[in-house]
Design a protein around this ligand. Structure first.
Ligand code: IMP
Length: 424
């Protein structure tokens, strides 16, 4: 503190929402810095379940300023729905702010995401089909539409004309889909603009002022390190940078302003979508993790692939983001396994043992895990609130992770509820 980044240390879905939710109680500002409504957080607060996609988890604390930063991509229709749903459940939204520089996901981005995935067939990436990739593509190509464009109808139509000139050709000729009329798209977006207008702001300035005033700012990453477009398992990645460095560009602050980085990791690993996953389990243990951990995507409802914890990937995540402390979530899901396995190294096809994550995809695709087995525990740990409450094998497991990653574990999740957590 005062500026803390929270990142996913795996393939997303690590339970960052719960950790952010916990820390948000002590924060003045919570800001998302990348991704869009491909993300999803499930938060259980006072027995009520909230599913958030774009709005930072801090929204459940009245008075916490919640920012959707410039590095995110925002689907205006999806954001309006999320705002309406939260409001209908009595959550105040007056402290929500959306960066005017955030790029918008337009209907043609969603159409193209789905069309490209269908065309790729068995080579598809398994995207969430929310239009994330195509929106970031347009941002880089400098034909994107930004939140601030919603405030200027003339500019909006003009930019849509430019963007759609190419897109319509692609939609029609390549994918046999209908052309879109820029005026009609603009009209639909201007409907959302009315709803979103009060939230659009200069969010980099808000963060700067908060930090200057000594306030606590949480910078919330979506997805996870292994889905990072530069450092993840490309091309099976998302189209942004979930690692901590991106918090600076995605919110608009300098690296010297960041004080700590919390890496969130599950006590095991899950992945949705396609791509390599060395510790993936295709047996009763994997099914058990999936069922006990309710491993279904918040956003797409897809079943998540499950496997044992991968320390090689975890150390890689710690290194890339300069993680200063870890939050270990869902330890309770591992109760009842006779032994827990932990991947300490990879073995390549050629029989070489690797302790560092390989940069070459061909090597990584051929890696199998080298496991260390630790004794399991049968006790229900959902009521544990301190390290000493944990059965000794569970403590040993936690210690093994911490010493291998060379980072202290500050939080341990022992259940879904807000207070089912051990702070060390
Ligand atoms: P996209 O982000 O929708 O383009 O999807 C690219 C890849 O990232 C796919 O494998 C998705 O399943 C994965 N992905 C995107 N968002 C999340 C998330 O929040 N959790 C886990 N996986 C995600």
């Amino acid at each position: 503190m005062p500026a803390t980044v929270i990142i996913g240390a795996q393939w997303g879905d690590e339970g960052k929402g719960k950790v952010v939710d916990l820390l948000a109680e002590r924060s003045d500002v919570v800001a998302r810095y990348q991704g869009g409504n491909n993300a999803g957080h499930t938060i259980v607060a006072d027995g009520e379940t909230f599913k958030l996609h774009l709005v930072p988890s801090g929204i459940l604390y009245p008075g916490t300023t919640c920012i959707i930063g410039n590095g995110t991509v925002v689907d205006p229709g999806a954001l309006c729905t999320e705002i309406d749903e939260l409001e209908a459940r009595g959550v105040p939204l007056d402290a929500l702010r959306v960066s005017g520089n955030a790029h918008l996901i337009m209907p043609y981005h969603v159409m193209l995401d789905g069309a490209v995935e269908r065309k790729l067939g068995r080579f598809s990436l398994g995207t969430t089909r929310r239009g994330i990739g195509p929106a970031y593509q347009d941002k880089a190509a400098r034909v994107g539409i930004r939140a601030q464009d919603l405030l200027d109808p003339k500019i909006l139509v003009r930019k849509l004309e430019i963007a759609l000139a190419d897109k319509n050709e692609v939609l029609e000729r390549l994918f046999d889909m209908p052309r879109l009329d820029p005026e009609a798209v603009a009209e639909e977006q201007l409907g959302y603009a009315e709803r979103l207008r009060p939230f659009i702001d200069d969010t980099a300035l808000i963060v700067d002022r908060a930090l200057a005033a000594g306030k606590h700012v949480l910078l919330e990453g979506a997805q996870g390190t292994m889905l990072d477009i530069d450092h993840g398992t490309y091309p099976f990645v998302t189209s942004s940078n979930p690692i901590a460095g991106a918090a600076c560009t995605g919110v608009g602050l300098g690296p010297t302003r960041i004080d700590s980085v919390i890496g969130v990791t599950k006590a095991y690993v899950t992945r949705v979508g396609e791509g390599p996953f060395p510790t993936e389990l295709d047996d009763a243990d994997g099914t058990r993790m999936m069922e006990r951990g309710a491993e279904f995507g918040t956003t797409t409802g897809r079943q998540r692939r499950c496997g044992w914890l991968d320390l090689v990937a975890l150390r890689y995540a710690v290194r890339l983001s300069g993680v200063s402390e870890l939050a270990l979530t869902k330890l309770d899901v591992l109760s009842g396994f006779e032994r827990v396995r932990i991947c300490v190294a990879y073995r390549t096809r050629e029989g070489e043992t690797l302790s560092e994550f390989p940069y070459h995809q061909t090597v990584f695709h051929g890696c199998t895990p080298v496991y260390e087995d630790l004794p399991g525990w049968s006790e229900d740990i959902t009521e544990c609130r301190s390290l000493s409450d944990l059965p000794p094998p569970a403590r040993e497991y936690v210690d093994r992770i911490s010493s291998s990653a060379d980072v202290p574990i500050r939080l341990i999740g022992t259940g879904q509820g807000r207070h089912q957590v051990i702070e060390t």
